[in-house]
Design a protein around this ligand. Structure first.
Ligand code: NAP
Ligand code: GCO
Length: 265
């Protein structure tokens, strides 16, 4: 049974993988046997990421690369293929969020979010697919969101991008399934990372941020997720255990999507 989840001999590229969810997923893929390659947009982040991987005994390869830059991504992928081999697993994890009421958001700000959260997964997937086709297999995992299903105040661009990413996932599965490429999404619930830190900041009087209490109440598990909660689902979707799972979004949300809310007392 355990062989099904083995990633021995596989090469995994995790975008934006120097900390947070990307780092936790990389750790898990490495634990299952994969060679880890990651990128980030700033050199400081790549250096910090390399140090964090080294500290836990992972010999990762890091690239400074902006995932929205098509030629930079093509160059990075060519370099990985030349020096390490074909990328077996791509995790489209890099992302940004801008929490701005829609009527106050500029079109440029909207575009920036779409560019990183939707256009970049297209760019990175497009760069790895030709070699996956030649090799006869490949796994693409797109990091979606609760906002692939829900809307809420201030996150119009993010929700539009993550909803689009769900459909890009289904389309990649549809278009490349015949080449033994599986493209699935992970839809994390509310995970405690720097991205959500402003939503968890303690109030001046030491009490919980109202959004923090809101999330606890919305989540049947009654807690925020940890990046490590995504480890098992990522290994599953990267491994042979999921070879007939394609175009699926695996929500890892402590039950948020299943829950209608607490009944009034
Ligand atoms: P994050 O702050 O969103 O981390 C993403 C990483 O991507 C950061 O290192 C970031 O660098 C990098 N990045 C941003 N733009 C990039 C670009 N153009 N090129 C390359 N790298 C870039 O933290 P996270 O919470 O771990 O999020 C990871 C993914 O999960 C994101 O796609 C996010 O939307 C998604 N997600 C998060 C949650 C949550 O609750 N935390 C829930 C659902 C989905 P900088 O630090 O410089 O921006
Ligand atoms: C927000 C949050 C979310 C989460 C996540 C949920 O402002 O509502 O940042 O969008 O980060 O994507 O799954």
């Amino acid at each position: 049974m355990s062989n099904m989840f083995s990633l021995e001999g596989k090469i995994a590229l995790i975008t934006g993988g120097s900390y947070g969810i990307g780092f936790a997923i990389a750790k898990a893929l490495h634990g299952a046997g994969a060679r880890i390659v990651f990128n980030d947009i700033k050199k400081e982040l790549v250096d910090k990421g390399l140090e964090s991987y080294r500290e836990i005994g992972i010999d990762a390869t890091g690239y400074v690369c902006d995932v929205t830059d098509e030629s930079a991504v093509a160059e990075m992928v060519a370099d990985i293929e030349k020096n390490l081999g074909v990328i077996d697993i791509l995790v489209n994890n890099a992302g940004i969020i801008k929490r701005i009421p829609m009527h106050e958001m500029s079109a440029e700000e909207f575009r920036q979010v779409i560019d990183v959260d939707l256009n970049a997964p297209f760019i990175c997937s497009k760069a790895v697919i030709p070699s996956m086709i030649k090799k006869g297999h490949g796994k693409i995992i797109n990091i979606c969101s609760m906002m692939s299903e829900f809307g809420r105040e201030t996150v119009s661009a993010y929700a539009a991008a993550k909803g689009g990413l769900k459909m890009l996932t289904r389309n990649i599965a549809s278009e490349y399934g015949e080449f033994n490429i599986q493209c699935n999404g992970i839809g994390p619930g509310y995970i405690a990372t720097p991205q959500t830190a402003p939503l968890r900041e303690k109030q001046a009087d030491g009490s919980r941020h109202p959004f923090d209490s809101f999330i606890i109440a919305k989540t049947p598990a009654a807690r925020w997720g940890d990046p490590e909660d995504l480890a098992g689902p990522a290994v599953f979707l990267a491994s042979d255990a999921s070879n007939f799972v394609n175009g699926h979004i695996l929500y890892v949300d402590g039950g948020i999507l299943a829950y209608f809310g607490k009944q009034p007392k």
